[in-house]
Design a protein around this ligand. Structure first.
Ligand SMILES: *[C@@H]1O[C@H](CO)[C@@H](O)[C@H](O)[C@H]1NC(C)=O
Ligand SMILES: *[C@@H]1O[C@H](CO)[C@@H](O)[C@H](O)[C@H]1NC(C)=O
Ligand SMILES: *[C@@H]1O[C@H](CO)[C@@H](O)[C@H](O)[C@H]1NC(C)=O
Ligand SMILES: *[C@@H]1O[C@H](CO)[C@@H](O)[C@H](O)[C@H]1NC(C)=O
Ligand SMILES: *[C@@H]1O[C@H](CO)[C@@H](O)[C@H](O)[C@H]1NC(C)=O
Length: 436
């Protein structure tokens, strides 16, 4: 086997393949290490190898240095089919997966930002007239993968977690740039440092960037004062939430790797920290690869086509009516810390998909494998009134763990009523749980 073929094989073995789309603009890739399908994939991989080598040679000889080589193989595994969104289906139900194997694939994987279209067509990335910044932005736009995998932080807070020390739980809040008051409320209530003296717990907020210079400055100040802001380079918007989630996983593995439990929460969610500490942590702390959330079972959530808020391009999950794996309603998700690094690695292998709940808590765990979903819908609610009544009458004893979607029009006052009640309870709780 010549060196080139060996390189290709190593690349195939260890990394992602960039798919070349046959039709449309889907552009997907897939890893080969999917645990459940490793056997099949490896077999096809071996079959493909000859073909790859041939193509490589041909490509080099005939085209004298194009950018990509193409390889095709099939799979009938559902998860693989779903994840390789642009795979095309054969009459027998199997699916052909088409990949680009980039020349110098390792490097490409690292940079991770060639646009699908350009690489598919063999175009070199154009950097003739642009500054480094601009070309990075170009790469960002065309990136197949979550851009937060590689781009640097605009703001980082590296002292949130104590170095080399376990953290009992880390709350990571997906927050929108403009919601200063929500972040303040969270810091003062369920995210407060003063709660639970016997536990090590931390709070961090994830933001994207904003084009508003005033807000940008305010966020910088907020970060200096509170040291709990992490800001990514991507524009903070609804369709960019997957970037935010991946940034979070990356930040945790870099700056809070010893978190035993990670609670991903949105900034419009209220969490009952007493229930968390009393009931949830003992359940999950010592387990591995557990995701607790409002579970959306495999085969039940519709892949929306046509129009609407949740619409998915026809090339993505092509041919699927329902998402073929479990995932979470993402407003509050509790993950065991051992999942973070594998999920981050899985994000390097799965192309960007804009619905963050599906990507972060469906595609990634499905790629990692061996993940157990625990359905907590009984203690989560989207109905603010229900939660309000519950918290007002029972205080911290309310059985609800979290409520989402408090309505902005009744926001702060209502919010603080509930919170002040909990703050009262907190005194007792501190006595029960705290060291003092
Ligand atoms: C390649 O790039 C050139 C200019 O950089 C552009 O005009 C052309 O359309 C591109 N080709 C393809 C196939 O995308
Ligand atoms: C892009 O820019 C770098 C440095 O500015 C240069 O070394 C490289 O050759 C350029 N690549 C192309 C394709 O123009
Ligand atoms: C997501 O962020 C990227 C990078 O900042 C930006 O180019 C893109 O327009 C954003 N997408 C949306 C839908 O806001
Ligand atoms: C987890 O296990 C450790 C030791 O194995 C034990 O000390 C600790 O109390 C356990 N924690 C929970 C919450 O069960
Ligand atoms: C607050 O919580 C306590 C129990 O901890 C409860 O007795 C009380 O009614 C709650 N509501 C208000 C408004 O104080």
């Amino acid at each position: 086997m010549n060196h080139r073929a060996w390189q290709l094989r190593e690349f195939l073995k260890r990394t992602v393949l960039k798919p070349l789309e046959k039709r449309g603009t889907c552009g997907l890739h897939k890893e080969l290490n999917l645990p459940r399908t490793r056997g099949t994939l490896c077999r096809y991989l071996v079959y493909s190898l000859t073909f790859v080598t041939m193509c490589a040679t041909l490509w080099t000889l005939v085209l004298g240095g194009g950018e990509v080589i193409t390889v095709t193989f099939s799979s009938s595994n559902d998860i693989v089919k779903a994840v390789y969104k642009c795979a095309y289906e054969n009459p027998d139900g199997s699916v052909d997966l088409v990949f680009n194997i980039p020349r110098g694939g390792e490097e490409l994987l690292r940079l991770n930002s060639l646009s699908a279209r350009d690489s598919a067509k063999g175009n070199k990335t154009d950097n003739s007239s642009s500054s480094e910044e601009e070309s990075r932005e170009k790469g960002v736009k065309g990136s197949l993968y979550p851009i937060s995998l590689n781009s640097e932080y605009l703001i980082n807070s590296v002292t949130v977690c104590p170095a080399g020390q376990e953290v009992d739980y880390l709350i990571i809040v997906h927050s929108a740039t403009a919601y200063f008051a929500r972040r303040r409320a969270i810091r003062e209530t369920y995210g407060s440092k003063r709660l639970f003296g016997h536990l090590t717990h931390r709070l961090v907020f994830l933001l994207g960037r904003t084009s508003d210079p005033t807000a940008t400055k305010q966020i910088q100040d907020e970060a200096v004062i509170n040291k709990d802001i992490v800001q990514g380079r991507f524009i903070d918007s609804y369709h960019n939430l997957t970037h935010k989630g991946v940034l979070g996983f990356r930040w945790i593995s870099e700056h809070c790797p010893l978190a035993r439990v990670v609670i991903k929460i949105d900034d419009d969610v209220f969490l009952n920290p007493f229930k968390l500490v009393r009931e949830v942590l003992p359940e999950v702390s010592n387990r591995s690869r557990v995701i607790s959330c409002h579970v959306r079972k495999s085969g039940t959530s519709v892949v929306v086509r046509g129009k609407g808020k949740w619409v998915v391009h026809e090339d993505e999950f092509k041919g699927y009516k329902y998402y073929p794996f479990d995932y979470c309603n993402g407003y509050m998700v509790i993950l065991t810390g051992d999942l973070i690094r594998p999920m981050l690695n899985a994000a390097r292998l799965n192309p960007f998909f804009w619905i963050d709940d599906v990507y972060l808590f469906g595609i990634l765990p499905a790629t990692v494998g061996g993940t157990k979903f625990v359905d907590m819908r009984g203690v989560l609610t989207l109905k603010f009134d229900v939660a309000k009544t519950c918290f007002e009458s029972k205080g911290a004893d309310c059985k609800l763990l979290a409520v989402s979607q408090w309505r902005p029009e009744e926001s702060e006052r209502l919010w603080y009523t509930v919170l002040s009640n909990l703050t009262e309870s907190a005194k007792t709780e501190l006595h029960v749980f705290g060291k003092s």
